[in-house]
Design a protein around this ligand. Structure first.
Ligand SMILES: [Mg+2]
Length: 267
């Protein structure tokens, strides 16, 4: 008899659940899927964050406290999972892993990473607000391989740019008295150039907005030397420490500077 996972053409399940006559462990058909041995991205997305924005009265179209919380959450994820790069915009977090991690199984990564992001984000908000509704991130694993790293992040940054223009255009229309539905209808299919014209006409100077809104935020390890004292050997010792730092002004990934940054990272 073919096993359930064989029927669906999936790899043999990996599970710590008990086997034996009572066990239905062979129905855990997704548990054997692992990340291939290549560079991969884990992308998180805020689940139903529209209602969170409304409930906590975050500023439209961008809120510094919200994005700060997202950045802090990402720093925590760095400490837990040790990725090589983080990139965030809107309600999205991307973590790049150049090497293999101790986590291999997709079900494990998707569930543990999403859960941890959600709980860290929630407790961080809880320090600022009395009432915080439950929050959730979903996440997915994308095995892009080294050759697609630059392309992947250029794509996400283009999405950040698109999101930025849409958000401000929507904001401009609604400030002018339009309903959310009306604004969405009016903006459907409108080209970036037109969106930017519309925004500027409403009195917003696009050049004066903080760069992170347009380009997103990078997070990466910064290494630094720390001078300490070894009391046993009775001498000074230099150790290397690292911490995840936030770059609020990332380059345009498609520029020379951007390409250099990714070259350095992959090397
Ligand atoms: Mg979302």
């Amino acid at each position: 008899m073919r096993k359930p996972w064989q029927i669906y053409n999936l790899p043999r399940p990996k599970s710590e659940a008990s086997k034996g006559p009572l066990s239905l462990v062979y129905y855990e058909i997704y548990s054997g899927i692992v990340v291939p041995k290549k560079a991969f991205v884990v992308r998180f997305d805020g689940w139903s964050f529209h209602s969170l924005t409304k409930k906590l009265k975050f500023k439209e179209p961008f809120d510094k406290l919200f994005v700060n919380t997202l950045a802090k959450t990402t720093q925590q994820l760095f400490r837990f999972f040790n990725p090589d790069l983080g990139y965030i915009f809107s309600d999205e977090i991307n973590l790049l892993f150049l090497k293999q991690t101790s986590f291999r199984r997709i079900e494990k990564i998707d569930s543990v990473f999403a859960a941890l992001a959600s709980s860290v984000f929630y407790s961080s908000l809880k320090k600022k607000f009395k009432e915080v509704p439950p929050v959730a991130f979903d996440c997915r694993v994308i095995p892009i391989g080294t050759k697609n790293i630059f392309k992947y992040f250029a794509w996400r940054q283009a999405e950040a740019f698109r999101n930025f223009n849409n958000a401000y255009a929507r904001y401009a229309l609604m400030k002018g008295g339009m309903t959310a539905r009306g604004a969405a209808k009016k903006l459907a299919g409108v080209k970036t150039k037109e969106l930017r014209k519309l925004i500027e006409q409403s009195g917003i100077d696009l050049k004066k907005l903080p760069p992170w809104q347009e380009r997103g935020i990078l997070i990466y390890w910064k290494y630094f030397k720390k001078i300490g004292y070894n009391p046993i050997k009775k001498r000074q010792v230099v150790t290397t420490r690292r911490k995840p730092i936030i770059n609020w002004k990332p380059p345009n990934f498609n520029s020379l500077e951007g390409k250099k940054f990714f070259k350095m990272l992959i090397k």
